[in-house]
Structures are given as C-alpha cells and as structure tokens.
Write a new protein. Structure first.
Length: 101
C-alpha cells in the first residue's frame, strides 16, 4: 500500500512537470506567432494549460523578479517539485512503506 502511494505521488509530480513544460513551450510558440490563438481548439488548450499551471506559478512569480520578459518561474517550480520528491523519498518513503507494506 505504501509503495502504491509513493508511486501515485511520483506520477502526480511527473504529470505536473510535464504540463508545466508543455505550457512553457506553447507560450513560446504563441509569442513567436507559430500558434494562432484565434483557433478555438488551440485557444481552449492554451486556456486549460494556463488554468492548470497558473495557481502553481503565481506564488513563485511574487518572489522571482522579472528578467526583461524572461519568465523563469516554470524552472523554479520544476526544481521545487524535484526537491519535494527527493525530500519525500528520503524522509517519508521508508517509514510509509514499512508501516503500510
């Protein structure tokens, strides 16, 4: 049971990282006019990705200053998520697996 919970935790972290990376790439494509937001399907996808990532990125953007149009908050979020994953693996994983099996 404990190993299943850890697997689920790691899978959720990896999905969040993937969504953040996809959102960053799509924002670059929109900025360089490769993707047209007037297309309804593309607009819905971009809005959904923004809605999924903005609550996670907004607090980070409060602490990281603007670097002249360069947004490094996705990189900071990915690093924080990886640090959380390492922290859980080194502190909670062993007692959780031994307690729950």
């Amino acid at each position: 049971m404990g190993s299943a919970l850890l697997f689920l935790f790691h899978a959720i972290i990896q999905i969040i990282v993937l969504v953040v990376i996809v959102n960053a790439i799509i924002s670059w494509l929109v900025a360089f006019d490769v993707i047209n937001l007037r297309n309804p399907t593309v607009g819905r996808i971009v809005r959904a990705l923004d809605a999924a990532t903005e609550p996670l990125l907004r607090p980070i953007r409060k602490f990281i200053p603007s670097l002249g149009g360069l947004d490094i908050s996705p990189i900071a979020l990915i690093l924080l998520l990886q640090a959380l994953q390492i922290l859980v693996d080194r502190t909670i994983a062993v007692p959780l697996v031994s307690a729950l099996g």
